[in-house]
Design a protein around this ligand. Structure first.
Ligand SMILES: Nc1ncnc2c1ncn2[C@@H]1O[C@H](COP(=O)(O)OP(=O)(O)O)[C@@H](O)[C@H]1O
Ligand SMILES: C[C@@](O)(CCOP(=O)(O)O)CC(=O)O
Length: 526
């Protein structure tokens, strides 16, 4: 394992002014943020002055810069990493797809994406997803750039894309034809789906001059368990590409919250596009909480507009038990099932969705009360009852599963707490809000029983950080430190890290050793 000093760590980040300096293009796009941001520009080589330019001074400076001042060629990027957290939906899954509100919180399980830039002569882009046994290499020059860059189709990093373009989806099909040809069809479909979502975003944001690179992803989140694993990949990919394009500023410690929020918004917009490719009709709650972190109340009533996101900074530390049924499900399938039920029984299903909305609203009101206390039995009972009602309504939509019902039965039998499914259902995970003062004996008995029946219990804390960046991929407080305390994460040691624990220990934002120096997060909290 190689080591080196991390001295240039944080300096590697682009501040808005630096971004402007290193690109020489102006961007007058409305950002509602500081003047500095108008200077951030894009490797698309695009000059955007189509909308409100509230930073004209900066932009003018750039436009009139002498040609000779411009950077001739950009040096190779350092290897860097991005990371995003999984989530639990505490209230409102499924209803949120139909325009109702949901409450979701980030968890401490995360995905990690290592981005390696290749030497100039290598014109390939590689996806390496060892968790799903997927690896594929494309020749950059063989990708359908002309279709994606056609003026009628071209999208930019600041665009709000709310539907996939069928012509663009069709254009990438030939690039999927030789993805995992020898794998069984179910696995092949998953690989093609992963490849398709990546290519759609890569081709939309990038250009043919994009450097050759490799994207390697490892995750500690169980796949297809309702903890938003797909959204974390969407967020990591979006953040990585936008960073490579130098369209993001920060994160850096003195960044104003407004500016940080704009970066988060941009990452989230493109993560949603990735999710659309994977799921068909996502609400956007998963990618939103994964990008922003902590907890949010989320609602998207009009898909042509950004969602309403209310951060819940004081979201309580609820004593939750997270149980994985180890029964894989498909979000797309469960969402389609509810859609079909709604078409058949519009009024009835409409009232169930309205009832879920009322539950979410009541929960939000409850946890917002001044004297809400997570150690108070009465407070927990009220939240717990809302969880029980929410679960019942989800059962009536047909998205539970016998394995989920079994967890509820075991918990209810011992009188330990209140259980609901979380995420899409049809398998996946449940959450149980534990009553205060439950005896250790009862808890042990439940855990033993769950273990015996093949369930997996997860320890996680709610409300962690959102998308994070490690630029360059050098960590302090790592395992293998040199005397200056820097440890380089390279492809080989990243791939070699054993299991979730190995990944956490090597690159984790906490790594079992407390806050880790190196990882940076956009601080959106004002
Ligand atoms: N660790 C991973 N590596 C690669 N792809 C992943 C990983 N985790 C999830 N995915 C992608 O996300 C899909 C699962 O998404 P989904 O059914 O929504 O489950 P979840 O509830 O975990 O988000 C997988 O089929 C795969 O495409
Ligand atoms: C069912 C749904 O509300 C949540 C799905 O969560 P997950 O993919 O199971 O983690 C769908 C959505 O919000 O897009």
């Amino acid at each position: 394992m190689t080591t080196r000093t991390a001295s240039n760590g944080a300096n590697g980040f682009l501040r808005a002014e630096d971004a402007e300096r290193s690109n020489g293009h102006s961007n007058g796009h409305t950002n509602g943020g500081s003047n500095n941001l108008n200077g951030s520009s894009t490797a698309n080589g695009h000059t955007n002055s189509s909308s409100t330019n509230n930073g004209s001074n900066n932009s003018m400076k750039v436009v009139h810069r002498r040609k000779s001042d411009r950077k001739k060629s950009s040096p190779m990027m350092p290897t860097f990493m991005v990371s995003a957290p999984g989530k639990v939906i505490v209230f409102g899954e499924h209803a949120v797809v139909h325009g109702k509100a949901a409450i979701a919180a980030a968890i401490s399980l995360r995905s990690y994406l290592l981005v390696t830039t290749l030497s100039k002569s290598k014109r390939t882009v590689t996806l390496t997803f060892p968790d799903i046994d997927f690896n594929h290499v494309w020749n950059i020059d063989d990708l359908p750039w002309s279709t994606f860059s056609h003026p009628s189709k071209k999208k930019y990093y600041y665009d709000l894309v709310t539907t996939l373009d069928p012509d663009l989806v069709a254009a990438i099909q030939p690039c999927l034809a030789n993805v995992s040809p020898d794998k069984p069809s179910e696995i092949r479909k998953v690989h093609q789906n992963s490849a398709g979502s990546f290519l759609y975003m890569f081709l939309s944001l990038g250009s043919q001059s994009f450097p050759g690179c490799q994207y390697t992803l490892r995750s500690t989140i169980p796949i297809g368990a309702g903890l938003g694993s797909s959204a974390t990949i969407a967020v990591c990919m979006s953040a990585a590409l936008l960073l490579q394009l130098r369209t993001l500023s920060g994160p850096h410690p003195d960044q104003p919250p407004d500016e940080a929020r704009l970066q988060i918004e941009r990452i989230n917009r493109w993560a949603f596009v990735y999710e659309m490719f994977i799921h068909g009709n996502p609400s956007g709650v998963d990618n939103t909480v994964s990008t922003q972190g902590k907890a949010v109340m989320f609602q998207r009533t009009d898909y042509s507009k950004p969602p309403k996101v209310q951060p819940l900074w004081d979201f309580p530390e609820l004593p939750l038990l997270l149980v994985d049924t180890r029964t894989a499900k498909s979000t797309a399938h469960e969402v389609a099932k509810v859609e079909k039920l709604k078409k058949t029984h519009p009024k009835l299903v409409g009232s169930i969705l309205d009832a879920i909305d009322k539950v979410t609203e009541s929960a939000n009101g409850l946890i917002d009360e001044e004297d809400f206390d997570t150690e108070n039995e009465e407070c927990l009972r009220r939240v717990g009852e809302l969880m029980t009602i929410n679960h019942g309504l989800l059962v009536s939509l047909g998205v539970s599963h016998p394995r989920l019902e079994r967890v509820r039965e075991l918990v209810d039998h011992e009188g330990i707490g209140y259980t609901k499914l979380t995420g899409a259902g049809g398998g996946g995970c449940s959450i149980t809000l534990l009553r205060p003062n439950v005896s250790r004996q009862k808890l042990d008995r439940l855990e033993e029983q769950l273990d015996e029946e093949g369930y997996q219990k997860f320890e996680t804390t709610l409300g962690g950080d959102g998308v994070g960046v490690l630029w360059p991929a050098v960590l302090k407080n790592g395992m293998d430190e040199d005397e200056e305390g820097g440890m380089e994460i390279d492809l080989e040691n990243f791939l070699k890290a054993e299991g979730n624990e190995g990944v956490e220990r090597l690159v984790g934002v906490h790594g079992g050793v407390g806050e880790r120096e190196g990882w940076k997060f956009w601080r959106v909290e004002s």
